[in-house]
Each structure stands twice: as structure tokens, then as C-alpha cells.
Design a protein around this ligand. Structure first.
Ligand code: NAP
Length: 294
């Protein structure tokens, strides 16, 4: 605290609630590593106060912001401009200062892509099964489409959302994409080998015993060669445990969380060039601290 002075700049998070957030740990660690004179703080902002919060933050000179639940879509109304990928996804999680307002980006899809690259999980040409069609699944579908997945199947409890998302992904990447219900999923996958990305909140703590593939859908496990779960708490969901026990490759959402934050920070710093440039040693240090805190 003693180092805060007249030159210190501010970064922050807009969300509701925000008390649980791990973002300050990521960004304040990065500020320390880079020797940047700035502080990252969470701001609890209710939906009805979002417009004032965004405009007020810009007037106050706040250098950059993250947006989380429930503001990721609504915030797009109050920005100078939106990056085309964030627009396709329909959600913004990072605001970077422009001339007259903030510019909105989505670093969730970039964070996941970076995490998968580093774990050697390719998307190009893959048959991708996306489980869920909520906000996070939108970023995942856009990432898979833009990375030229060979085919995309989106399974969701509510069919309309799955179909709408498949339409978006299909247009974005010129890739065959279809939305389906969970009923009869095994047959719809036609025996192929799938990269499955679990994007529902089923299995998220405290629902640690939950798994989106139950009953007859347990057969779907046998069609998956690699499983990614966006959930990082617990570190290993029932979905991932089953796949690991079957000898399949698995990855949880912790690295995605870290990299979406690091990419946002590099955007605020003006050093983001499509690849993370923060040293691996620092990434690993922050990752270990995230692991302890989550
Ligand atoms: P969301 O917009 O609320 O979407 C939730 C999804 O889960 C929807 O597809 C919903 O289906 C499905 N779902 C919820 N309960 C279900 C149930 N009982 N049975 C079947 N489907 C169910 O949430 P989100 O923002 O997309 O987040 C989803 C997950 O991703 C969360 O666990 C979140 O923690 C994780 N996440 C991780 C990161 C990361 O950085 N690692 C980033 C973002 C999100 P319906 O559409 O039918 O309701």
C-alpha cells in the first residue's frame, strides 16, 4: 500500500458478485513482475449501475477493466467499439482504453487456445464435441470455428441455444456445425473419435459429483480421445476423472483462467501480439499460487 502514489494507475474487475475472484492475484502478480505502478481491484457493480460504472471508470482514467458475470454481454452497449471475435461471441471480458471510451475484447477464447496449444491439444481438423451452450461455450465454439475444426457438434439441455450457437460457429469458420440434445448423443456422434470440451456448469464445486454424461450417455466417453473441462474447481471433475481412468488425455480450466488474465494484462500493457510474452517461470509461479487459492 505504501507504494501507491500520484502516478499509480488502476485496473479493475466489474462483476456481481466479485468477492470470490482470483483475478487480483493474477494481475497484481503481473504488475509486480513487470514493475508496473498499478493496482488491480474488484468492483461489485449491480446490473442497473453498469453504464455509470463503465463511463465513470473511463472518466476516472481507469486503464483497463475485466468484466465477469453478469455483465459480459450487457457491457457491449457502453463501449467505443468491439473486437469482431468478441462481437461474434456476444461477450466481452476485457476493456482496453480507446480515445472516447473502452474497446471490448474477449480473452476467454484466446486463453483456452493458448492453454490447449501448450498442452499439445490441436483443434484444426478435429471433430469437436462441445458440451453446453452458455456464455463460455460461445467463446469455445468461436475458437474452434476460427481454428478450423473439422466438424463441431454442440450438445445442450436447451436445443434452441445449441442450434443458435452452431449457426454462429458454422458461419464464423465455414465448418459443419450442428446443435443437438443430449438424448441419443452417442448415435449422433457416429462412432468418430472426438475432442470433447465440457462447458456446462455441471460438476462445478460444490456439485463435485455431477457429470454431464450420465445414463446412456456414459457410452459417449468411449468416443472421446481428449477431454477438456473448463471447470478448475474441483481440479479434476468426474468428467475428467472418467477419461483419465480410460487412458485419455485430459486438461482442466485452470490454465485457461490464467492465460485469459495474462492476455488481458498484455493488452493493457500494449505488448499483446497474438502470443503470450510473459516468461514461463512467472506463469508457473502465478499458476501455483492460483492453485493454492482455488
Ligand atoms: P452459463 O452461461 O450459465 O451456461 C451454463 C451451461 O451449463 C448451459 O449450457 C446450461 O444448459 C448448462 N447446464 C447448467 N446446469 C445444467 C444441468 N443441470 N444439466 C444440463 N446442463 C446444465 O455459464 P458459463 O459462463 O458458460 O460457464 C460454464 C462453466 O464454465 C462454469 O463451470 C464456469 O466456471 C466455467 N468457466 C471457466 C472459465 C475458465 O477460465 N476456466 C471461464 C468461463 C467459464 P442450458 O443452456 O440448457 O441452461
Amino acid at each position: 500500500m505504501n507504494r501507491i502514489n500520484g502516478h499509480t494507475s488502476l485496473l479493475g474487475l466489474l462483476g456481481y458478485p466479485v468477492a470470490h475472484t482470483l483475478s487480483p492475484l493474477i494481475h497484481n502478480s503481473l504488475a509486480e513482475y513487470y514493475g508496473d505502478d498499478l493496482v488491480y481491484l474488484p468492483f461489485e457493480v449491480k446490473e442497473e449501475d453498469l453504464e455509470n460504472a463503465v463511463k465513470g471508470a473511463f472518466s476516472l482514467g481507469i486503464r483497463g477493466l475485466n468484466c465477469t458475470v453478469p455483465h459480459k454481454s450487457a457491457v457491449t452497449e457502453y463501449l467505443e467499439r468491439i473486437d469482431p471475435m468478441a462481437e461474434a461471441i456476444g461477450a466481452v471480458n476485457t476493456l482496453v482504453r480507446g480515445e472516447k471510451g473502452y474497446i471490448g475484447y474477449n480473452t476467454d477464447h484466446l486463453g483456452l487456445l493458448e492453454a490447449m496449444r501448450r498442452e499439445d491439444i490441436p483443434v484444426e481438423g478435429e471433430k469437436v464435441l462441445i458440451l453446453g451452450a452458455g456464455g463460455a461455450a460461445r467463446a469455445v465454439a468461436a475458437m474452434c470455428a476460427s481454428q478450423h475444426a473439422g466438424r463441431i457438434v454442440i450438445a445442450n439441455r436447451s436445443l434452441e441455444k445449441a442450434e443458435a450457437l452452431a449457426e454462429m460457429a458454422g458461419k464464423l469458420g465455414d465448418v459443419p456445425a450442428e446443435g443437438v440434445r443430449f438424448t441419443g448423443l452417442y448415435e449422433k456422434l457416429e462412432g468418430a473419435e472426438w475432442l470433447a470440451i465440457q462447458c456446462t456448469s455441471v460438476g462445478l464445486a460444490p456439485d463435485d459429483d455431477g457429470c454431464i454424461l450420465t445414463g446412456e450417455n456414459k457410452r459417449v466417453f468411449s468416443l472421446i480421445h481428449t477431454g477438456v473441462d473448463l471447470i478448475y474447481k474441483p481440479a479434476e471433475t468426474v468428467f475428467l476423472r472418467q477419461l483419465r481412468q480410460d487412458g485419455k488425455k485430459t486438461m482442466n480450466g485452470a490454465r485457461m483462467l490464467l492465460y485469459q488474465g495474462v492476455i488481458a494484462y498484455e493488452m493493457w500493457k500494449g505488448i499483446w501480439n497474438g502470443q503470450i510474452s510473459t516468461e514461463q517461470k512467472i506463469l508457473d509461479e502465478i499458476f501455483a499460487n492460483l492453485d493454492k487459492e482455488s
